[in-house]
Design a protein around this ligand. Structure first.
Ligand code: NAD
Ligand code: IPM
Ligand code: MN
Length: 354
């Protein structure tokens, strides 16, 4: 039986990293003997240009049929003038909501092979391994929003259920890792954050007695992340804070181009996308680092396709390739496809020494 994957390349460097990712995935599938069937759909600016809307109904139907969705990136300056609900980004938000993927897992790990590439001092960055669990379908992104004359508003709203399910997922992940969970909030100011804090403390006290819970205010958390990153294991936080903190934490690794993500719900297809955007400044130049996408594929193999061994193999190959090949974002000269080929080469090496 073949795995059904919906590809949504999107805009800017999105198609470039999707192409590189598929090159690696096809190689892995052939070598380890599994089948993949691809369907390709429109989203974001590419969908606006072709159909007038950022999330065509056809794309949503295809996503519901798929085992997993692989997304490049959406957005770009040519669509910036559009009203909020017609922008490329609205397409991505609609997809996340439709798939019910409330938990966005963003692992940020400084690899031994690439520690020199971090702009942060070695003694601080080395060994950092943080799993962010970002709430993805609630909060400011999805609250009531609008304009009133010269004013504008975005409402931040969270229900106990929305908080509970993502905190439990994060606590389970921490239990499987190093047993530490950090909640990041702004409970000194925000009512929603006070609810997050109360619900989290209750869940941990009742069901996860062995976990160590730390709670940080988001402003201070931005400093702690870059001064004592190794102290963190799993960090759970609301939608907007998670968006911002993960871009910040990507600096530990040297490039946002390295960071993958998996977005999961309780049922249905998972959504896999690198954390970076469409990078209009380098689009079309073959310079984009495809590792965030390739690692997203590793997460897809593990979480949606029931192929954990292949996912591990791929992740190991990425580490080996990073030790040998460097893209422009990390100070090297390798192109997007050079990097993809370095990963397949590392895979081949792993097969012959197995
Ligand atoms: P960005 O992540 O696209 O780029 C930020 C910087 O990082 C740029 O200098 C870019 O060149 C660099 N960069 C990003 N990915 C890289 C990669 N793989 N390899 C090498 N360098 C990389 O953020 P931005 O410029 O603020 O946003 C551009 C557009 O992307 C906006 O329209 C935004 O809404 C959209 N966006 C989309 C997603 C998504 O689709 N998931 C995520 C973030 C931003
Ligand atoms: C991300 C992006 C998106 C977000 C935008 C494009 C809607 O920044 O995936 O991190 O804010 O969630
Ligand atoms: Mn973001």
């Amino acid at each position: 039986m073949s795995h059904r994957i919906l590809l949504l390349p999107g805009d800017g460097i999105g198609p470039e990293v999707v192409k590189a990712g598929c090159y690696v995935l096809d190689h892995l599938a052939t070598a380890t003997n599994f089948d993949i069937s691809y369907e390709t759909g429109l989203i974001g600016g590419a969908a606006i240009d072709a159909t007038g809307v950022p999330m065509p109904a056809q794309t949503l139907e295809a996503a519901r049929r798929a085992d997993a969705v692989l997304l490049g990136a959406v957005g770009g300056p040519q669509w910036h003038g559009l009203p909020g609900d017609k922008r490329p980004e609205a397409g991505l938000l609609a997809l996340r909501a439709a798939l019910g993927v409330f938990a966005n897992l963003r692992p940020i790990r400084v690899r031994p092979q690439a520690v020199e590439q971090s702009p942060i001092k070695r003694e601080i960055a080395e060994g950092s391994d943080i799993l962010f669990v970002r709430e993805l379908t609630g909060g400011l992104y999805f609250g009531d929003k609008g304009t009133e004359g010269d004013a504008a508003y975005d409402v931040c709203r969270y229900s106990r259920t929305e908080i509970e399910r993502v905190v439990r997922l994060a606590a389970d992940a921490a239990t499987d890792r190093r047993g530490r969970l950090t909640l990041v909030d702004k409970a000194n100011v925000m009512e929603t954050s006070r609810l997050w804090r109360a619900v989290t403390e209750e869940i941990i006290a009742q069901h996860y007695k062995d976990l160590e819970l730390e709670i940080l205010l988001v402003d201070a958390a931005t400093m702690h992340l870059l001064t004592r990153p190794r102290d963190f294991d799993v960090i759970v936080t609301e939608n907007l804070f998670g968006d911002i903190l993960t871009d910040e934490a990507s600096v530990l690794t040297g490039s946002i181009g390295l960071i993958p993500s998996a977005s999961l719900g309780t049922t249905g297809a998972g959504l896999y996308e690198p954390v970076h955007g469409s990078a209009p400044d380098i689009a079309g130049q073959g310079k984009a680092n495809p590792i965030g996408m390739i690692e997203s594929i590793a997460m897809m193999l593990e979480s949606s396709l029931n192929r954990a061994p292949e996912g591990r193999l791929l992740r190991k190959a990425v580490g080996d390739a990073l030790g040998e090949t460097t893209t422009a974002d990390l100070g090297g000269t390798a192109s997007t496809m050079d990097m993809a080929r370095a990963v397949t080469k590392a895979l081949d090496k792993a097969f012959t020494t197995q």
